[in-house]
Design a protein. Sequence first.
Length: 462
Amino acid sequence: MRPTRTARAVGWLALSTAAAAAVFGRPELLVGTAALGAWLVGSAYAFLRTVTAVDDAVAPALEVSSSQVIVDDDVEVTLRGSTVETDATVTVRLRLPPTLVTDAPDERTTIRLLGDVPTETTVAVSAPVAGDVTVPQPQVTVADGLFEETFARGPSRSLTVVPRRPDDLNVGDADSSTLEGSYSSERRTRGTEPAEVRRYVPGETADNIDWNATARLPDIYVREFEVESALETAFVLDARASTRVGADGERALDYLREVTLGLVGLSRAREDPVGLAVVDDDGVAGVRGPTNRPTGYERLERRLRSLEADGGRRRPPGRVDGGEPVAARLATVDVQGPFLETLSTCVERRTALPADRSPLRAAADVGGADRTVLLTDDANRRELREAVEAARHRSSQVVVFLAPRVLFEPGALGDLSAAYERYVDFESFRRSLDGLDGVSVFEVNPGNRSRRLRSEAIERSA
């Protein structure tokens, strides 16, 4: 409970009256002081009862027109007030987190509860950054002129903001079965679910003998188990400037991110451990090691959706680069107190990139997952080839999803003949990588632009 300016003025008047009684020797003035004090205390008590009654009666409703919205698209948030019988002024304000913006004035986000008249307001909000957003509980304010109280009541609402997705994603010329086949594992492990019992074959290990079945039957029997996948996958996503060329939802990064989300979902369905490294213009962002926990998959998906195609307004704290981060500066500090000791253990130390390694190669060379998946464009082919070679030394299987720049650069298809020559050169490079042992390379492109180039090829061959 907070006193208003009027209540503070009454309090100062009571104190002034008491001071005047002491200074001028007028004890009768203390009667006025007592009267003002009693009135102020009585008013405070009455206000507390009013707040309690309002708290019991108020039930604001908060609704969001959609639980999922695309970045920068509008979604409507509606605030409804319940009826409250009171002489005090009761207002309910819609509170928006910093990640949501609106052009509505302040009076549009606040409603006043007037007796038995239900009121509501609806405002359009948008989110400039992808991620999970929570619209908090509405804020209720009760005021009677002397005192004011504010508290939160009602429901909160969750909103998922997703990046603008490409609507014509095309992955190579392969059908889904071929793509999934390239993404399958050659490494299998024995599972825990029993499958069947069969006769023992001489030469087999005794570890699989089902001794209970053998004791009941005249021959030796073996218990077989369902085969389970145990494949670790490391995703390396290139989010540098070359992949951000073009309009929102039409950039190479948008397409590569969509492929990554799909493959993470496929790994999640199989419970295969996955890790993620994002390469941006500053180096290799914090590498997340392989995990197959539900929370781990969710963190990876949130990280992917939060990538900004305009340069990455969100910057993860962990990074491998050549700068001088806080951890490096802390290393030179003489730790003499508990604060610096705690701070030194909390700040993640970073390692500078080797001079002979590009960010993409450094990311591909981290860890030792069974399979490495590189998602990038052909802006720097030499760097990509080095990254593939590094991944081959670390992983038994390397899958590359490659976006041809000619299909993403604005205006590149203005001259179809020149674009076709560039596309033929890209395809030759893709095939050279695909011919390496243990490497599969898939083209990622906008289907409509790819069809235009195919039409050019048909016209040339006619």
